[in-house]
Design a protein around this ligand. Structure first.
Ligand SMILES: C[S@@+](CC[C@H](N)C(=O)[O-])C[C@H]1O[C@@H](n2cnc3c(N)ncnc32)[C@H](O)[C@@H]1O
Length: 221
């Protein structure tokens, strides 16, 4: 299924109407133009392809910080069962989640705090353009963010409570404000010590810390 075919199935006028109903906040950045279905379908098809979701058997997928819901919408088109988890702070997302008929649990990921029970385990847990590790901006505009100890707690919680034995956790990070990678030397070493496979701006972790997971996983788990 190509991006063009996927886009043909989306009522883009209705998405744009949604944006009129929930206008931009004054400080919103262009990258957050989530009514631009052509752009976001393109981005999310690539994400799905990187994980071979367009050719793997049906998976149970949890998307943390699911935002507008594009990724889970695509997952459904590729035959997977998806659940989103996000705060309910962005009214436009409320509209798009309904528009894409994505299931979402509302909650907040907090440092050193277990996620609420979601009643099942997943083959794949994702977090794209992760923001939940950002705590507050410092005076010079940089983000105060989770420490390796906070990440360790989170990864252990996901591994033990949310991943099936062969499950995977995929975290995709934005660049830092100065254009550098999220993976500082310290964070790269930390994620690798947790058994992560790091590829560009993504970290992939398996349920078993002693086994380095693969992006390509086409067999039923
Ligand atoms: C940059 S957006 C990315 C949205 C989507 N994953 C994407 O890539 O298009 C970050 C998302 O994380 C959510 N988020 C931020 N902090 C969070 C937290 N502490 N707990 C849960 N979700 C959070 C936001 O509401 C938003 O939907």
């Amino acid at each position: 299924m190509s991006s063009r075919q996927i886009l043909a199935g989306i009522d883009r006028t209705e998405l744009e109407n949604l944006r009129e109903r929930y206008p931009y906040r004054t400080n919103a950045r262009k990258i957050n133009a989530y009514e631009d279905a052509a752009y976001w379908i393109g981005v999310n098809v690539k994400r799905a392809q990187d994980l071979w979701l367009d050719r793997s058997p049906p998976l149970d997928i949890l998307d943390l910080g699911c935002g507008a819901g594009y990724f889970l919408y695509l997952c459904r088109l590729f035959g997977h069962d998806g659940l989103g988890f996000d705060t309910d702070e962005e009214p436009f997302f409320h509209g798009t989640i309904e528009f894409f008929k994505v299931r979402r649990v509302v909650g907040r990921i907090e440092p050193q705090t277990p996620l609420p029970d979601l009643g099942k385990k997943f083959d794949l847990v994702t977090g794209h353009r992760v923001c939940f590790h950002r705590l507050a901006r410092t005076e010079n505009g940089e983000w105060l963010e989770w420490t390796p100890a906070d990440w360790e707690f989170f990864i252990k919680d996901i591994r033990t409570r949310f991943l099936k034995p062969e499950g995977r956790l995929l975290l995709e990070f934005n660049r830092r404000q100065d254009g550098s990678s999220f993976f500082t030397d310290e964070l790269r070493a930390f994620f690798e010590s947790q058994g992560a496979r790091i590829f560009r701006w993504k970290a992939l972790l398996g349920a078993d810390p002693n086994r380095c997971p693969r992006f390509k996983q086409t067999q039923k788990l």
